[in-house]
Design a protein around this ligand. Sequence first.
Ligand SMILES: [Zn+2]
Length: 375
Amino acid sequence: MHRACVFDDLIGQQRVADFLGKAAGDGTISHAYLFAGPPGAGKKTAAKSFACALLCDDGGCGACAACYKIKRGLHPDVHMVTPEGAASYMVSQIRELIHDVHLKPVDGSRKIYIVEAADAFNDGSANAFLKTLEEPPDDVTIILLTHSFDAVIPTVASRCQIVRFKRIPPSMAEGIIVERTGVDSAQARAALAAAGGVIARAKELLDSPMRREARDKVLATLKDLATMDGHDVLVAARDLLAAVKAPLEEIKALQAEEIREREEFLGSSVGKAVIDRHKRELTAREREGIAEIFAVTESWLRDCLVMSQGLDDLVSNLDVRDAMEEVAVVITPNAATKALASVKETRRRVSYNVNPQLAMEAMLFDIREVLICPR
Ligand SMILES: [Zn+2]
């Protein structure tokens, strides 16, 4: 049977690709799926590929306008859903979602909802969602994603077909990026470290000069941190947050393109739903950018630690090896652990909507203290 080429994007998950390709090919599509597997396993890529297979006239060619829009997050019938609450889905957000689910598709024959963080439903939002999840309109497919199957409320999980993803080993992920983008393995490894191990995000980062610049800025800040005074640290925190905002201009350009296309097609201005989706997209990307600051910082600290133990093979950020060497000769495991704990705590605080500037300042002060007195 012909399997849609769009599943070629899904690497190291042959069983999943075969299963989804067959379902799309036969038309034996479930109303709801739960994709479960560790970060970086390719769940979101798989969900988008599946959407292509369902909406493309060619069964997921990967090259037509529909496939292109889906892959870039611009298709009007493929919706990404992320929690709007600090740590969970809010009932009001789910009510809006349910309303939207019952509207007709715009371009295609079907609508697809990709719901991230399926473990972020609390009892209230789960209850609001259950009936729709169990019996959505015929032309709707809901795909929930989770890193942690066990953290998904059982009443949610039991209404979905479960699709399990394997962990992709880092060496394999690195090889995939080298093969797909043509960068060398050192660059691939550094991009993966910044992207929290997620292949698709690492590839995006390599494609975006502004995101690479943000990553370099984090590393430059860490290099100079020990010699900064208090005022410098405040400025550095502000500059880092500004650096992750810069790539949003790339997204805004894509959104403007979508609005132009749609207005041409509709002959009138686009509605609130599109504007709201664009706003959510920007918020999500900004959060991703902040997550990259944390990931780069963690990888830098881990690199200093492994170098201090003589395990140079494990270094992720080879391009700044010399600068890390200076830290590695003095840092103790205890000090590195303290700094890593501060990053983790800062990540948690930001996820609970603490002002990112304040959180970032506190983190840099903590790390500076460790670098000045690395015992
Ligand atoms: Zn296509």
